[in-house]
Design a protein around this ligand. Structure first.
Ligand SMILES: O=P(O)(O)O[C@@H]1C[C@H](O)[C@@H](CO)O1
Ligand code: GUN
Length: 321
């Protein structure tokens, strides 16, 4: 079977394949919302990031050709167009819910909304996600500004940009500057303006895995040894499509759990101690759950929301320079 199977094949990027979606949006949206300057992708449990927008028009994914349906709890299925900031406001679009390959969506479906956002004129995107921490210094609740990624699926042939060469698209996309340094600078300036405590915001590398299982301890150790600070099941395909479309990318991961990497304790020794009648100390065995992920998302949504709102203000000010 060809590595470029139907599942991984990039979509046709002919103008006509976007025309239906863009036509629906242009009929629904008032002119001031139709050209968003910044886009937000809301990660698991983070749809409330869009709740501070005003004059909101929500467009369900079901009414947009080419969009799938998000089936994961904590993800809605709509685009929210609205304004943020003072005065006339800054037009923004938020993806309330994303698509993950583990839901059965093809990679081309996963990245299709990003390509639509590009065609609406979005120049800067803030992609958020919930992630597990692989780094002992990154506690639950920390927001991590992503500076790089490690994508084993991409390195082994599961890549959203596989497919024939397309006119006006680079064949070989460079990724050494994928995570915009100017935007990462604005993230820290936004945190400073909000007087967030120093440990509320960190920098790190995101490992993309396909999911839907969480990591075994050995996988956690492997990703950590390879240089990743957090791990998740999304974001990287969106980053690749955004970069291919020429959009500046900023990624914020919310640490919702620690990846469980226990010290192995020998069962043989435990049994021997038990047989010898010695007292045994057993550490409780921990497991992560999506409920825990959503619950931390809920608790931290307000901080994340104010950081994103301030960041959008700073981005809009930069765009006007
Ligand atoms: O969409 P994100 O990356 O925020 O969701 C994370 C990864 C899985 O989809 C899910 C696991 O709990 O949360
Ligand atoms: N792969 C992965 N994704 C996550 N999303 C939120 N937490 C986790 C995690 O621990 N592992």
């Amino acid at each position: 079977m060809s590595i470029i199977s139907e599942r991984t094949q990039a979509p046709s990027l002919a103008v006509e394949s976007f025309a239906g979606t863009l036509d629906v949006l242009s009929r629904i949206l008032p002119a001031r919302l139709l050209k968003p300057r910044v886009a937000i992708v809301c990660g698991s449990g983070l749809s409330t990031l869009a709740s501070s927008l005003r004059d909101v028009v929500e467009v369900p994914y079901s009414s947009l050709q080419g969009f799938g349906k998000s089936t994961v709890e904590g993800h809605r299925s709509a685009l929210a167009f609205g304004l943020t900031g003072e005065g006339d406001g800054i037009p923004v679009v938020a993806m309330l819910g994303r698509f993950h390959p583990y839901e059965g969506h093809s990679l081309s479906t996963v990245v299709y909304p990003i390509r639509v956002l590009a065609r609406l004129g979005v120049r800067d995107i803030i992609i958020t996600n919930a992630a597990g921490s692989l780094n002992p210094n990154l506690d639950v609740g920390t927001i991590v500004s992503i500076q790089d990624h490690l994508a084993l699926p991409n390195l082994t042939g599961f890549h959203p940009l596989l497919g024939p060469t397309r006119p006006n698209y680079p064949r070989f996309l460079p990724l050494s500057t994928a995570y915009s340094r100017p935007l990462r600078r604005l993230v820290f300036l936004a945190a400073h303006a909000l007087r967030l405590p120093r440990d509320a915001l960190a920098e790190g590398t995101y490992a993309w895995v396909s999911g839907p299982s969480y990591e075994t301890p050995a996988e956690g150790r492997f990703l950590s040894a390879a240089g990743a600070d957090v791990v998740g099941m999304s974001t990287v395909p969106e980053v690749l499509a955004a970069r291919e479309e020429g959009i500046n990318v900023c990624v914020l991961s919310l640490v919702t759990n620690k990846v469980v990497i226990p010290e192995y304790k020998s069962v043989r020794e435990e049994v021997q101690a038990e047989l010898a009648g010695k007292a045994i100390e057993r550490a409780p065995e921990a497991e992560v759950s999506h409920e825990e992920v959503l619950s931390v998302g809920k608790q931290k949504a307000e901080v994340m929301k104010s950081l994103v709102a301030k960041l959008i203000e700073l981005i809009a000010a930069e765009q006007e320079k």
